[in-house]
Design a protein around this ligand. Structure first.
Ligand SMILES: Cc1ncc(COP(=O)(O)O)c(C=O)c1O
Length: 401
């Protein structure tokens, strides 16, 4: 899917870059631009889908709501998960025929009503209070809401980078509150119980991710048995790892799926990944505006910065990058030393505006293009674009529709 880097591209080993993206970046005028490769995404999601067998796949829109990406993803998945009224309205426009699940904490009555009026076919309910409100709203509209109870279970010490469950958190409900929900169901005629949902951690490799899924599944089966509830579905969440430091180590979906408890006659098992679906198909391209040495260290100051690509600041990593050297160049004073590590920063007036530290990218010159990989998830859409009132990044798509 990703090619070997073209000869003129200087980058640390392992930075993925498709020929299509490299070509598109060379044509850009240097203004910060997100480049999404739709053919790359199509191949990636096709492979995920094939690896999963009968495990159902819904995609968490929060990873990236870009319409081009969502249309490609929608061709391969069993549904999309939205987590706000805004995402709901957006997806209804972009992919009007795809089944939807509505999750997330703090859903308002307005959002729940909009979801009931739309064709949302699963609500991931976060508390007894939300369940009761949903019941009233559904009955007012003369309909029923299909519900999965989102639970906060022990994670079994899984080494997730970002843990949302297994400890005090605003996400989902404790087992005791799930018991209270089960006990209340009989008096809630606006609610249809479908199953159990849990999303406990993000950043997991296949083995701990599957082990977590097995534990959620086991808990859900036991919960349904205890309460005499028909368990149609267990959603074991997302959280599949994207390794930003070793981008070539792509999550092994087949290995993961092999370990999941999919049994004939058992509940449907669903997963809900975001990051590991779209991260690899987005690149943030920019240009070197200045190069300087400060107290012995080289810096390349790029157009844009972490207000466009917040991922490295948010996760505390160095974003993998490639440098596409400028063709004609006659400014010997505006380049880094050869083979010295260079730190790539943006235009913001804060020392936190660092995209990648101490990169051995050979020589870097003013005017070189810089392409940051793995920028297709939690990148553009989590960035604080208003800070300093710079222009927003442009967006372009390559590789079809
Ligand atoms: C409820 C829920 N589902 C799925 C996801 C997707 O997680 P990831 O992007 O790590 O796969 C998230 C992320 O925060 C989430 O909160």
């Amino acid at each position: 899917m990703t090619s070997v880097l073209p000869a003129a591209v200087l980058a640390p080993a392992g930075t993925p870059l498709t020929d299509r993206v490299a070509e598109a970046v060379r044509e850009l005028d240097g203004s910060p631009t997100y480049v999404y490769d739709l053919a790359h995404l199509d191949a990636h999601v096709t492979a995920i889908r094939a690896a999963l067998g009968s495990v159902e796949l819904i995609h968490a829109v929060k990873a990236n709501p870009d319409p081009g990406l969502l249309r490609v993803i929608a061709r391969h998945v069993d549904g999309l998960e939205v987590a706000s009224g805004g995402e709901l309205a957006h997806v209804l426009q972009v992919a009007p025929d795809i089944p939807l699940a509505f999750g997330g904490p703090g859903k308002t009555d307005t959002e729940l009503t909009a979801a009931l009026n739309a064709r949302v076919d699963r609500f991931h309910v976060e508390s007894l209070n939300e369940l009761r409100r949903l019941d009233v709203l559904a009955r007012d509209l003369g309909t029923r809401a299909r519900v999965l109870l989102r639970v906060n279970l022990p994670t079994g010490g899984a080494p997730g980078v970002l843990t949302m469950g297994g400890r005090p958190s605003p996400f989902g409900m404790d087992p005791a509150e799930a018991d209270a929900c089960a006990g209340a169901l009989e008096s809630l005629p606006g609610i249809d119980f479908v199953g159990v949902h849990a999303h406990l951690a993000s950043g997991l490799d296949p083995e701990p991710c599957a082990a977590q899924g097995v534990a959620i599944h086991r808990w859900a089966v036991d919960f349904a048995c205890r309460h005499g509830l028909p368990l149609a579905e267990v959603n074991i969440g997302g959280g599949m790892n994207v390794d930003y430091l070793r981008p070539e180590r792509v999550f092994d979906w087949a290995d993961y799926a092999r370990q999941l408890p999919v049994l004939p006659g058992g509940p449907v098992v669903r997963i809900e990944p975001g990051r590991a679906v779209s991260a690899y198909s987005g690149w943030y391209a920019t240009e070197v505006l200045d190069v300087k040495q400060s107290h012995g260290e080289w810096f390349a100051i790029c157009a844009g910065g972490t207000h466009h690509l917040r991922t490295p600041a948010a996760k505390g990593h160095d974003q993998p990058l490639a440098v596409l050297p400028v063709d004609r160049w006659d400014r010997p004073w505006a380049r880094s030393g050869t083979d010295n590590p260079v730190t790539f920063v943006g235009q913001l007036c804060t020392p936190k505006d660092v995209l990648a530290r101490s990169v051995r990218a050979s020589r870097v010159r003013v005017g070189d293009k810089v392409v940051f990989a793995l920028a297709g998830a939690y990148a553009q859409n989590i960035s604080h674009v208003e800070f300093l009132m710079h222009d927003r990044p442009a967006v372009t798509h390559v590789g079809g529709r």
